[in-house]
Ligand binder design. Structure first.
Ligand code: ASP
Length: 353
């Protein structure tokens, strides 16, 4: 075991959690980096690889939560990650956290962590930094080592220039984790934030004021569902030639919510009108978003919303799904509020411009 990883659990340290992904991936032939297996290398090996660049005296503890291709991320795994992060936030020895994660679903995990522990991270003055990579660990010019180093440095720098909270860093740029999403299948800068961010080393003042606005609006974390408690929510995409059966097949299935990735402003095919009205009358929660990949989905535009159906605001379909699941769960825990009350708090979080 290296000096940087030598039993520092009972002294101040940064906790590095491994979830897998390309950052921990290996290509069979390093010269063909697009053909690889994600989640092959342990997080402790990733740290050993960058050991000489880790700031002097900084103690790291690593913990492997999973080593998966994140396209296979499951809800029980999210619960395990959430519980581990919450426990680490409550541990006085942990000064900050880094999470290595696959980029395919980093978007979901980013919003999930903001909603279950964004407030406590801020109040406890700890940064949680998500990172990943687009190239496997053994590819020439692999981006994982520099992303991991950026994340470790940022998790461990004093709070004066940026408060505790849930962030992400990739390709030398930093953002709130809830703003990160993958927008290209292969490019090194594929995991883009939806809005301008800061460079990893330099916090831009207008971005920082955006962070503070989000933190002021997010004033209470949501309960963390247990692994088997996540409500079943599906995403349906509206498209040319959409059929009523796409919606109708869910009636009576046990599904608790549907996220409608609509076209344009978040409208959907007229063929869905009747089955959606039936779904709403059966108590299936409905959220409308846009498949365009950017911008906001507003209420009652282009048509008046079905009774009870909410617009997603700035949330993309994968984020709206996580938001709806946590909102449905929160309404089960706190019966004085509806899922719409909880979802509305998430959908109005300010966009950082
Ligand atoms: N499929 C990989 C994953 O999400 C992609 C990546 O990590 O960049 O695990």
């Amino acid at each position: 075991m290296s000096p940087n990883q030598a039993k520092p659990e009972n002294s101040p340290h940064i906790l590095v959690l491994g979830m897998g992904g390309t950052i921990a991936g290996l290509a069979a032939k390093p010269e063909n980096p697009l053909q690889y297996e994600a989640g092959q290398v342990t997080v402790s090996s990733l740290l050993a690889h960058i050991e000489s660049a880790i700031p002097e005296g900084l103690k790291l503890v690593s913990h492997q939560i999973a080593n998966i291709n994140s396209r296979n991320l499951t809800e029980p795994l999210l619960s395990l990650l959430g519980k581990t992060v919450q426990e680490a936030l409550a541990n006085n020895w942990v000064k900050g956290l880094v999470i290595t994660h696959g980029t395919d679903t980093i978007e979901e995990t980013g919003l999930f962590l903001q909603l279950i522990c964004g407030k406590s991270a801020q109040e406890l003055g700890k940064r949680i930094i998500l990172t990943g990579a687009m190239l496997p660990a053994n590819a020439a010019g692999a981006d994982g080592p520099s992303n991991l180093l950026d994340a470790i440095r940022w998790a461990s720098t004093p709070l004066d220039n940026c408060p505790g909270g849930v962030y992400a860093v990739m390709d030398g740029r930093a953002c709130l984790a809830m703003d990160l999403s993958k927008r290209h299948p292969t490019a090194l800068n594929a995991p883009l934030q939806s809005s301008p961010s800061s460079s990893a080393g330099l916090i831009n003042p207008s971005w920082l004021s955006g962070v503070k606005a989000v933190q002021a609006a997010w004033n209470e974390d949501l309960p963390l569902p247990k692994g088997d408690e996540w409500p079943w929510v599906e995403i349906l995409t509206s498209h040319a030639g959409a059929r009523p059966q796409t919606v109708a097949q869910w009636l009576g299935s046990g599904v608790k919510g549907l996220v409608l990735a609509g076209s344009g402003m978040g409208g959907f095919h007229d063929a869905w009108q009747t089955p959606l009205a039936e779904a709403a009358s059966q108590g299936i929660a409905l959220v409308r978003t846009s498949r365009t990949g950017a911008g906001s989905t507003y209420p009652n535009i282009p048509e008046k919303d079905l009774e009870g159906c909410l617009a997603s605001g700035t949330l993309t379909a994968p984020r709206a799904r996580i938001a709806l699941q946590l909102a449905l769960n929160a309404a089960k825990v706190d019966k004085s509020l509806t899922w719409q009350d909880f979802f509305a708090r998430i959908a109005v979080l300010p966009e950082i411009r």
